[in-house]
Design a protein around this ligand. Structure first.
Ligand SMILES: *Cc1c(COP(=O)(O)O)cnc(C)c1O
Length: 379
């Protein structure tokens, strides 16, 4: 029977979730086996698995779900978000140039600056909110354009359709780190990107209890095959238990993101104009410079925001020290609200402003979160 393509929420609940053929179990089994019986000349079993590092049944279920929720032909899961990114960068040719947006996840900046030259590649940075500058920064050997939207931690919004067109025009592939938005709110492959990266440690896992990463690909092309080979040979593989936890998180992603986005918008609106703050960066605010672009590519604005606190570093650290409900902790996308003075946990040469607090909104009642932040930033 021919099915119409199902809607996001339905795919997120069912993809990779066929009942276990051996038992009928509705919840997916976790297969811990590291090895799978094969024939005398190495012929794989019908399921196709040989050794855990190459593929395994729990990971296959997760990858089916990741591809389905991003609308891609294929997906790969990894042991971490940075492992996924490294596998993708290492899939490029020696001599390749990678163009990065200026504001990006700090470990990828480190990879660009320290590691790409060692791997025989070039990296450069440009402010991709400026499309002319972006076009000029593309080089004949640019193989990959690396974006994030919204960005971690300054919450900039990049026009992904426009950047996809520029990348395509230059013969480069476009990667979007979609960790903040998640496919519940933004699906970059539908906007023209070639590959989407996730730290599944964040909202896909959703409960601050599993570490993982993912790449979802527009097509089963060369980039995907090379990244898969890198995972197999270089080893950034997730455990079956971690794969199972991420798959479980995906089941509730749509409703968590819907609620966390609504709460984040309420918090941002309540804080906007507070005399203890210089600014609130949240793309759902009409005053936000990224609002119009975000309206065209996101269905809601996500759980993340950043606050620029009055009084510089001292003001920001004081506010972070006063919270009673929020916890000071890194990471994001869990059910509990977290915040952190971001500059303090990035490298000393980080471009993150000194007065910035990054906030991850969880599933608590919005009024409790607003009360806590209002008393924390009071002058
Ligand atoms: C956390 C994060 C990463 C890195 O993921 P890990 O799972 O910690 O390796 C990459 N990109 C963004 C936007 C992140 O927030």
């Amino acid at each position: 029977m021919q099915h119409s393509p199902m809607r996001f929420e339905t795919r997120a609940v069912h993809a990779g979730g066929e009942p276990d053929p051996a038992t009928g179990a509705i919840a997916p089994p976790i297969h811990l086996s590291t090895t799978f019986e094969h024939g005398p000349a190495g012929e794989p079993h019908a399921a196709g698995h040989i050794y855990i590092r190459e593929s395994n049944p729990t990971q296959s279920r997760l990858e089916e779900a990741l591809a389905a929720i991003e609308g891609g032909e294929a997906a790969l899961s990894f042991g971490s978000g940075v492992g996924a990114g490294a596998a993708c960068l290492q899939a490029l040719e020696p001599g390749a140039h990678v163009l990065f947006h200026r504001d990006l996840y700090y470990a990828f900046r480190t990879m660009a600056v320290e590691y790409l030259p060692r791997w025989g590649m070039e990296a450069s940075f440009v402010d991709m909110t400026d499309l002319d500058a972006t076009e000029h920064a593309l080089r004949p050997n640019t193989q990959l354009v690396w974006t994030e939207s919204p960005t971690n931690p300054t919450m900039q919004i990049l026009d992904l359709r426009a950047i996809a067109a520029l990348s395509k025009g230059a013969g480069a592939l476009l990667l979007v780190d979609g960790t903040f938005a998640t496919p519940a709110l933004q699906r970059p492959l539908e906007l023209g990107a070639d590959v989407v990266l996730h730290s599944t440690t964040k909202s896909l896992g959703g409960h601050s209890d599993v570490h993982g990463g993912a790449l979802a690909f527009r097509s089963r092309g060369e980039l995907m095959h090379r990244a898969q080979h890198n995972r197999h040979i270089l080893g950034a593989v997730a455990s079956p238990f971690a794969s199972w936890m991420v798959l479980r998180g995906i089941r509730t992603l749509a409703c968590r993101m819907e609620r966390q986005s609504a709460t984040a918008l309420a918090v941002a609106r309540a804080l906007e104009g507070n005399p203890g703050l210089r600014s609130v960066h949240y793309p759902g605010l009409e005053s936000d410079p990224g609002h119009a672009v975000a309206m065209g590519q996101m269905s809601a604005f996500g759980a993340m925001m950043s606050l620029r606190v009055a009084g510089g570093r001292e003001g920001a650290v004081r506010a972070a020290s006063r919270v009673k409900l929020f916890r000071n902790a890194t990471s994001l996308g869990g059910v509990e609200s977290l915040l952190e003075h971001r500059r303090s946990v990035e490298s000393p040469d980080s471009p993150t402003p000194d007065d910035l607090i990054r906030v991850s909104i969880g599933l608590e009642h919005p009024d409790d979160l607003i009360e806590d932040l209002v008393q924390a930033v009071a002058v």
